[in-house]
Design a protein around this ligand. Structure first.
Ligand SMILES: [Zn+2]
Length: 94
């Protein structure tokens, strides 16, 4: 099931759950696929995504799924609709 993440807490709570994060960055026109345990998908990390802030400033959106196929489909759909670049994170790609 695909779930939209709108707060940091939601994502932090999912940290130990296996799954994938689709991170959409509006200013960078970029869609990135991460595993949930990637440091770039960790709101607590200084380099991690910050869903609360992105929501507040309307700079991005985030989706989580336990299915890689589903996450990839969502990422491809968004990148196609918005003409954004879609990439799989090189750090957590596996
Ligand atoms: Zn990653």
């Amino acid at each position: 099931m695909l779930t939209e993440i709108v707060t940091d807490e939601q994502l932090i709570d999912l940290y130990t759950t296996p799954g994938y994060l689709v991170a959409v960055d509006y200013p960078k026109k970029e869609v990135k696929l991460h595993t949930i345990d990637c440091m770039l998908a960790d709101p607590i990390s200084s380099v991690g995504v910050k869903p609360s802030k992105a929501r507040e400033n309307n700079t991005g959106e985030f989706w989580v799924s336990e299915s890689r196929d589903e996450a990839v489909s969502k990422a491809e759909e968004i990148s196609k609709n918005k003409c954004y670049t879609y990439t799989v994170c090189p750090i957590c790609d596996r």
